[in-house]
Design a protein around this ligand. Structure first.
Ligand code: NAP
Ligand code: MG
Length: 396
């Protein structure tokens, strides 16, 4: 069989534990037999991060900037226990955090919908994609307990000491910030992603109460939309609109889905968990980091599935869901194909996605999905990690 040829590489970021095992298997069973894969490989497994003093993560992020498309396996973010387990010289930073800060990107998360797994919100029949601003606000806040009689000031660049609050009694204060630069990057990533996926974009905040802070977000989005994206949106027949967060929540609950919901950092943190829960499972969520320059890094939303990995090491059978990791690959292959004008690569990516969904819809799935699956005339059968991949391959 003639394999599909590629022009430019995909940057491949390998990872840890169970997802690393699945990563290799997915390539062997579902990609390499069909695609003459060009990838620039970076091993972000924890031992290699330790060996290179985390330089490999920085190099991988820069390679994504160079080639425009990356695909990442889940990786361990070390904590004290991992420092011990892997004999690390340092508690290396989260690789996702490092890549995100180099690409200055925004993360978009969307559920993978399957006929047979109904969202808890029954009218959501199309995916809802959440775009979470990943910089500042309460996540970089400064807090203090202020004893009785305390006052709070800020120093302005002109040397003025401005009294913010004369507290009526002992209490707490919190200061937070954001920057025009980060908000603008967030806005451009959202507009680019809306154009690339041809979906409406909603943005919500609380500007009626936060008349300077949240209002700045609203103004920056509006200005960038007017100056850079309005024509593109109109040509595609898609819409950008701003609404208050409360109104957005009400509209989202009534909607049938099929749009991108851009959220400030805290809103996105909370709302993405609500969405993931309603749509079923983290193993059925795609996640893509989009930079304002239009670089893409595709990944799964879940972690390295440690508990399954230790079973696997003991020689026990696992039933780990590989759907999100497969969709990270198909996302990257389709984007590469789209950028390089390779229709057969785009087509293959869609075929692999369809084969994956068809496998589940006809009753073969990993055990995490069995309890969620209800379809007339189809009995759900839970299979092991590798049998699931083989079943997909049967359909390619
Ligand atoms: P996790 O790996 O997502 O797993 C938590 C639990 O969720 C699993 O034990 C499993 O439940 C279930 N689960 C998650 N993904 C699954 C899948 N594909 N198939 C079946 N079940 C799945 O989260 P964690 O245990 O909190 O974190 C483990 C490691 O991953 C940590 O070292 C963390 O730093 C890292 N992490 C990486 C990323 C990333 O790279 N993007 C994200 C999050 C966490 P059962 O055990 O009940 O079967
Ligand atoms: Mg959260």
């Amino acid at each position: 069989m003639n394999k599909i040829k590629m022009l430019n590489p995909i940057v491949e970021l390998d990872g840890d534990e169970m997802t690393r095992i699945l990563w290799q298997k997915i390539k062997d069973v579902l990609i390499l037999p069909y695609v003459d894969l060009k990838s620039e490989y970076y091993d972000l497994g924890l031992p290699e991060r330790e060996r290179t003093k985390d330089q490999v993560t920085i190099d991988a992020a820069n390679a994504i900037k160079k080639y425009g498309v990356g695909v990442k396996c889940a990786t361990i973010t070390p904590n004290a226990q991992r420092v011990e387990e892997y004999k690390l010289s340092q508690m290396w930073k989260s690789p996702n955090g490092t890549v995100r800060s180099i690409l200055d990107g925004t993360v978009f998360r969307a559920p993978i919908l399957v006929d047979g797994i109904k969202p808890l919100v029954s009218n959501w029949n199309k995916p809802i994609t959440i775009a979470r601003h990943a910089y500042g606000d309460v996540y970089a806040g400064v807090e203090a307990y202020v004893p009785e009689g305390g006052k709070v000031y800020i120093s302005l660049p002109n040397g003025e000491q401005k009294l913010i609050k004369d507290l009526p009694s002992a209490g707490i204060i919190q200061a937070m910030h954001n920057t025009d630069k980060s908000i603008s990057s967030f806005a451009r990533s959202c507009f680019n992603y809306a154009v690339s996926t041809k979906q409406d974009l909603w943005f919500s905040s609380k500007d009626t109460i936060s008349k300077i802070y949240d209002h700045r977000f609203k103004d920056i989005f509006q200005e960038i939309y007017q100056n850079e994206y309005k024509d593109k949106f109109e040509a595609l027949g898609i819409e950008y609109f701003y609404t208050l967060i409360d109104d957005a929540v009400a509209r989202v609950m009534r909607s049938s889905g099929g749009y991108i919901w851009a959220c400030k950092n805290y809103d996105g943190d909370v709302m993405s968990d609500m969405l993931a829960t309603s749509f079923g499972s983290l193993a059925m969520m795609t996640s893509v980091l989009v930079s304002p320059e239009g670089n893409y890094e595709f990944e799964a939303a879940h972690g390295t599935v440690t508990r399954h990995y230790y079973k696997h090491l003991k020689g026990e059978e696992t039933s780990t869901n590989s759907v999100a990791t497969i969709f990270a690959w198909t996302g990257a292959l389709a984007k590469r194909g789209q950028l390089d004008g390779l229709d057969d690569l785009v087509e293959f990516a869609h075929k692999l996605e369809k084969a994956t969904l068809d496998t589940i819809e006809s009753g073969t799935m990993t055990k995490d999905l069995v309890g969620l699956f209800h379809k007339d005339g189809v009995e759900a059968k839970g299979v092991n990690s590798f049998a699931f991949l083989e079943a997909i391959a049967q359909r390619l």
